[in-house]
Write a protein that binds this ligand. Structure first.
Ligand code: MG
Length: 398
C-alpha cells in the first residue's frame, strides 16, 4: 500500500490523481490533501478519502473549510506552513506536486528532505529551482518522477538506460489552438480563444502557456533538469494529435516513442505505480481510429516564447526564474484583458533583457530564487503597465 499526499488536490491534476486512487483502493491511500481556495471541494474530498492532514492557501480559505466541520486534528494550517506540513507528513510515501505556480517550492524541497518520493506535475518548481531540487534529491536518494505527460513519456522511453546511449530528447507539442493562424490574426486573440485547447483539458494558466508555446519552453527547461541533458540535445516537434507523448533518440539513431490516449490519469498512475505497472480503467489506444499522426517544426517567428525559453536556459542560471516570473505576470494580465496576446512574449523578452544585464546572477538558495522572482514580477508588471499606457509593443511580432 502506497500513501499519497497531494499538493493541489482540487485542481485538474489533483482530481485525476484521486480518480487513480479510486481505481486502486487496494494499492493506494490518501495521506494528505492541500488545496488553494476551493474549500467546499476539499471538504468533500477529505470526508471521502479521510486523509491524516489537510491544508489550504490562506487563513480565510481554512476558516471556510472548518465551517464544513473537519476534525481539528487533520488541519495542518494554511499557506506555505500548511503546504509543507502536508508534504512532509509521516504517513505520506509519495508527494504529488500538482499545485500551480511557485507556491509549492519550499514544500517540495521539504518533502525531498523528508525522504518522500516526488511525483512532479508542477513544472515551475524545476524551472525556478531545478539545480537545487535535483541536488537535494540526489543527496537524499529520492526519486523525482515526472507526471507532465511529455516527461513521463521520456522517463518510460529512457527506462534506466545509461546517459551515454541517449543522443536527443524530443518533446512533442500539440501546437495549441493557434498553430495554423497567421501572425496578423494572433494580435486579436482573446482569452476565451486561448483557453480552448484542442487536445488537453487543463487549468487556465497552462492552457494559455500551450497557446503561446511557453508551456513547451518551460518543459524544455524541466527536461534539462529531470534528465540532465543539455538544451542543445532537447528538441521540440509539433504533433497536433497528442498521441505520441514524446520520444528519445538513441546514439545509434533508433528513436523510441511512448504513445497513449490523452488522459492525465495514465502518467499519474505510472508515477504512483513505478517501478511496477498496473492495469488502468481506461480505453486502450486504437491506432486505426487515430488516423494520420503528423509531425512538424515549431514556428519560432509566430511563437517567440519557445525561443525565449531556450535563450533563458542557455543564457545563465538565474534567467529561467526571470522567464517564469515574467510569463506568470504577462499571462495574468492577458487573461484580465490588460495585455494583447503578442504582448506576453514582448513583456518576457524585455524582462529577460533587463535580467541578463544585471540582477539574474545564479541564485544559490531558495531565498535568492525568491528575491529574483520578486524582482522579475515587479519588472514584468511595469512592462505590462507601459504597454497598457502606450497602447503599443516595442518589440515582438507586432
Ligand atoms: Mg506537458
Amino acid at each position: 500500500m502506497k500513501s499519497i499526499a497531494i499538493l493541489g488536490s482540487t485542481g485538474s491534476i489533483g482530481r485525476s490523481a484521486l480518480a487513480v486512487v479510486d481505481a486502486h483502493p487496494d494499492r493506494l491511500s490518501v495521506a494528505g490533501l492541500a488545496a488553494g481556495t476551493s474549500a467546499a471541494r476539499l471538504a468533500e474530498q477529505a470526508s471521502r478519502y479521510r486523509p491524516a492532514v489537510v491544508s489550504m492557501a490562506s487563513p480565510e480559505a481554512l476558516a471556510d473549510l472548518e465551517r464544513h466541520g473537519l476534525p481539528e486534528a487533520t488541519v495542518a494550517g494554511s499557506g506555505p506552513v500548511g503546504l509543507t506540513a502536508v508534504a512532509t507528513h509521516p504517513a505520506a510515501d509519495i508527494v504529488l506536486c500538482a499545485s500551480s505556480g511557485t507556491a509549492a517550492l519550499e514544500a517540495a524541497l521539504a518533502a525531498i528532505d523528508a525522504g518522500k518520493t516526488i511525483a512532479l506535475a508542477n513544472k515551475e518548481v524545476l524551472v525556478m529551482a531545478g539545480g537545487l531540487m535535483m541536488d537535494a534529491a540526489r543527496r537524499r536518494g529520492v526519486s523525482i518522477l515526472p507526471v507532465d505527460s511529455e516527461h513521463n513519456a521520456i522517463h518510460q522511453c529512457l527506462d534506466r538506460r545509461p546517459p551515454a546511449e541517449v543522443a536527443r530528447l524530443l518533446l512533442t507539442a500539440s501546437g495549441g489552438p493557434f498553430r495554423d493562424w497567421p501572425a496578423e490574426r494572433l494580435q486579436g486573440v482573446t482569452p476565451e480563444q486561448a483557453l480552448r485547447h484542442p487536445t488537453w483539458s487543463m487549468g487556465p494558466k497552462i492552457t494559455v502557456d500551450s497557446a503561446t508555446l511557453m508551456n513547451k519552453g518551460l518543459e524544455v527547461i524541466e527536461a534539462r533538469w529531470l534528465f540532465d541533458v543539455p538544451p542543445d540535445r532537447i528538441d521540440v516537434v509539433i504533433h497536433p494529435q497528442s498521441i505520441v507523448h514524446s520520444l528519445v533518440e538513441l546514439r545509434d539513431g533508433s528513436v523510441l516513442a511512448q504513445l497513449g490516449v490523452t488522459d492525465m490519469r495514465l502518467p499519474i498512475q505510472y508515477a504512483f505505480s513505478y517501478p511496477e505497472r498496473w492495469g488502468a480503467p481506461l480505453p486502450g489506444l486504437d491506432l486505426a481510429r487515430c488516423g494520420a499522426l503528423t509531425f512538424g517544426e515549431p514556428d519560432h517567428g509566430r511563437f517567440p516564447c519557445l525561443g525565449l525559453a531556450y535563450g533563458a536556459l542557455s543564457g545563465g542560471p538565474g534567467l529561467p526564474v526571470v522567464l517564469n516570473a515574467a510569463n506568470e505576470v504577462a499571462v495574468a494580465a492577458f487573461l484580465e484583458g490588460r495585455l494583447p496576446f503578442p504582448g506576453i512574449a514582448a513583456v518576457i523578452e524585455e524582462v529577460l533583457d533587463a535580467g541578463a544585464a544585471g540582477p539574474a546572477a545564479a541564485p544559490d538558495s531558495l531565498a535568492g530564487v525568491r528575491e529574483l522572482d520578486r524582482w522579475a514580477r515587479e519588472r514584468g508588471a511595469a512592462e505590462v503597465a507601459g504597454i497598457q499606457s502606450s497602447g503599443s509593443i516595442r518589440r515582438g511580432i507586432l
